[in-house]
Design a protein around this ligand. Structure first.
Ligand SMILES: [Zn+2]
Length: 269
């Protein structure tokens, strides 16, 4: 969403100044990675950030220009959070714009934008869970990390192979525990012999059919929902004491499995 007329090509003698940030009384000029210049006030940067513009800068003391690695469109968004004016609606940004902004906000610790970017990244979990997971890990946002990790695991995304080596072992353990717990939950408990020595009856067949389709959601549900759902399923065994007994045993197995299924990714780090 750059407002520049044209991007500045590195090396040209007529740089483009950003139209929103071109203050005549500016005491600092910032150059974006694509060559656009922003004339801003050090005081605003100092008051709204932690150590902006950071350590990875190159300063040309003759021209008082600081070169940054962010693009003009990212800097234009970023600076809007450092001035007393209406702030950009980050919900309207394209995914890549948001991700670049969120990274810059964390890098320079732009306090007015930290929370809003974090919320926008949380909203992006369903569309880009791997990207959000990486961001959350890099910048230590545990709740966001767990939400994104669950989404990535559920989607079976192969993008996770780009996970930093330091996290890879944790990721594999997280997936393995989940898979094993679901497998255990799917195992119906041992037979309860019916009158006349019968191993099971039609009641069990109907119950098991329902259970087979419900195990994963039973394991993921919160406690109250789980109790409600299982109580409803259990009623299918009301007319057979042996099947009811076996259903209660299965419930115990699922309760144990749920704890493992619901373990959060950060508990493996
Ligand atoms: Zn029965």
């Amino acid at each position: 969403m750059s407002n520049s007329d044209a991007p500045t090509v590195e090396g040209t003698k007529t740089p483009t100044y950003n139209r929103l940030f071109n203050a005549p009384d500016a005491d600092l000029t910032v150059r974006s990675s694509d060559g656009q210049l922003f004339r801003v006030h050090r005081r605003n940067l100092y008051e709204h950030t932690e150590g902006f513009p950071g350590e990875d800068i190159t300063v040309n003391t003759d021209e008082e220009i600081v070169s940054l690695t962010e693009s003009a469109s990212t800097l234009e968004l970023l600076f809007q959070f450092m001035y007393r004016q209406e702030q950009p609606d980050v919900r309207q940004l394209q995914s890549t714009e948001l991700f670049d902004l969120a990274e810059a906000v964390e890098k320079y610790r732009v306090f007015p934008a930290l929370q809003v970017c974090n919320m926008a990244m949380a909203a992006a979990v369903p569309v880009a869970p791997v990207t959000v997971l990486m961001y959350a890990l890099r910048h230590n946002h545990p709740a966001l990390c767990n939400a994104a990790a669950s989404e990535v695991r559920g989607s079976g995304s192969v993008g996770i192979i780009s996970l930093d080596e330091a996290f890879l072992g944790s990721w594999l353990a997280y997936c393995s525990v989940f898979k094993e717990a679901l497998k255990n939950a799917r195992q119906a408990p041992g037979l309860v012999v019916h009158k006349g020595g019968r191993k099971k009856c039609d009641t069990w067949k109907a119950f098991q059919l329902r259970m087979d389709g419900s195990i994963e959601s039973l394991c993921r549900q919160d406690d109250i929902r789980f109790q409600e759902t299982f109580a409803w399923l259990e009623r299918l065994t009301d007319d057979c004491y042996q099947c009811y007994t076996r259903a209660r045993q299965w419930r115990k197995v699922i309760v144990r499995s749920r704890r493992e299924v619901q373990r959060e990714f950060t508990s493996f780090l």
